[in-house]
Design a protein around this ligand. Structure first.
Ligand code: ATP
Ligand code: BTN
Length: 264
């Protein structure tokens, strides 16, 4: 595996483009996020890198939950960037917006569920998993994106709402390949990160709010299935936390392991 130019990985003070990204395509892997984490930690790669896998045997969502993908039927992508987690605490929101903008070009009606889910017609279409760690060469953040391209049966997804796929919105000849989606997503993520660097985060927060799946609907906040509190979804604040208007007043939900759910 080749080393990437040190210049490209030096920092994110200038815009990275597709041309700076080292691409790796795998037939099968446990998790593209884990693959990249190992490769950075063992010094086998440095600099921006993207991994796309035909299949994952141990795909992960948040809090160790499982991400399912049938071979070749979805996008399993991880993008590694020279970035510390605390540099961009709102990165999952930024990535959600970036992926939504790609899919909207194919007229897929994407909505975003704070903090990391991509929905279509209230069903789960994809998800984002950002993980940061330190390597001998500095901080790295791995941005994982999973997206259903062909139909997949995950009845339990999103408290029983199930999964959506691009095939619900595009006819078979129009469906993009995982690699096509991956390239568009990587370009879009890099452009959104650069926009945040140059213009600040307000534009991204606005874009997120325009696609907020449950804004002004009744939601409950859960901790591993247990309901913590409930109220009206009021959208994200300037820290990227989610606001819920409860009987006891406005409460902010910080990412952690808390989950936002529609109130049954
Ligand atoms: P949260 O709201 O906290 O993000 P979540 O249920 O969406 O909760 P995640 O960790 O984001 O949890 O995502 C993992 C969950 O996604 C799994 O528990 C499963 O229900 C669902 N899931 C797994 N694979 C797929 C898939 N291919 N398509 C849609 N949903 C999936
Ligand atoms: C979620 O919904 O919680 C996030 C799902 C993220 C899945 C992607 S698939 C590519 C990358 N590798 C993983 O193991 N997870 C992410």
């Amino acid at each position: 595996m080749s080393k990437i130019s040190q210049q490209a990985r030096s920092d994110l003070h200038s815009m990275l483009t597709q041309a700076d990204v080292h691409w790796i395509e795998l037939d099968s892997v446990d998790s593209t996020n884990d693959y990249l984490a190992r490769a950075y930690q063992q010094g086998r790669i440095s600099g921006p890198a993207a991994v796309v896998a035909h299949m994952q045997t141990a795909g992960r969502g948040r809090a160790g939950r499982q991400w399912l993908a049938q071979p070749g039927a979805g996008l399993c992508l991880s993008l590694g960037l020279p970035l510390a987690g605390q540099q961009m605490p709102y990165l999952p929101l930024c990535v959600g917006v970036a992926v939504a903008q790609v899919l909207e070009q194919w007229r897929v009606p994407v909505q975003l569920k704070w903090p990391n889910d991509l929905l279509a017609d209230q069903r789960k279409l994809g998800g984002v998993l950002c993980e940061s760690f330190l390597t001998g060469q500095g901080a790295v953040t791995v941005v994982g994106v999973g997206l259903n391209i062909h139909a997949i049966d995950v009845p339990e997804a999103l408290s029983g709402r199930g999964a959506a796929s691009l095939s619900n919105y595009l006819s078979t000849p129009d469906l993009p390949s995982p690699r096509e989606v991956a390239e568009a997503v990587v370009s879009s993520v890099l452009a959104r990160i650069d926009a945040a660097r140059v213009q600040g985060i307000d534009a991204i927060f606005t874009e997120f709010t325009q696609r907020d799946a449950w804004l002004h609907s009744q939601v409950q906040v859960e901790d591993q299935g247990a309901v913590c509190f409930a109220g009206e979804a009021m959208g994200i604040d300037r820290q990227g936390s989610y606001l819920v208007n409860t009987d006891q007043g406005l409460r902010a939900v910080h990412a952690g392991d808390l989950s936002l759910r529609a109130r049954p």
